[in-house]
Design a protein around this ligand. Structure first.
Ligand code: FES
Length: 138
């Protein structure tokens, strides 16, 4: 294993053990939940928008899952701060796997992208572009 990869693994473990932005916001602008249908793990993402109703001021998450899903939710909620809803909608799975810094096997991709999909669907529902009760990663 290369030193670089090892560093990323340490980072994933650190985010898993000490998740950033874990918890509920007092007054989220929107909040949405999703699950990984392969394992049943659920994550809720909450977002507080700035006064412009477009820029993400804070994002937080709650829920259970494996190290990959928890670490990616922790890293993603950090990354979301300052992004616009358009920029959030434009994120793809590579953006999340880049954050994680490791090759994610096809089976674990659903874990990695869970929080991203939940945040994107939550924003789309908020903007009236989508109707979905619970996001499921595909
Ligand atoms: Fe459930 Fe990864 S195994 S989210």
């Amino acid at each position: 294993m290369s030193a670089g990869r090892d560093m990323y693994r340490q980072q994933i473990l650190d985010h898993y053990k000490n998740p950033r932005n874990y918890g509920e916001l007092d007054d989220p602008t929107f909040s949405h939940v999703g699950e990984n249908p392969l394992c049943g793990d659920e994550i809720r993402v909450e977002v507080k928008l700035d006064e412009d109703d477009e820029t993400i001021e804070y994002a937080a998450f709650t829920g259970d899952g494996c190290a990959i899903s928890q670490a990616s939710a922790s890293m993603l909620t950090d990354e979301l701060r300052g992004l616009t809803l358009k920029e959030l909608a434009a994120l793809d799975r590579e953006d999340v796997t880049d954050l994680l810094g490791v090759d994610v096997s096809p089976m674990r991709v659903k874990c990695a992208v869970l929080s991203e999909k939940v945040a994107q669907d939550g924003a789309a529902i908020y903007e009236g572009e989508k109707e979905v009760d619970v996001t499921k990663t595909e």
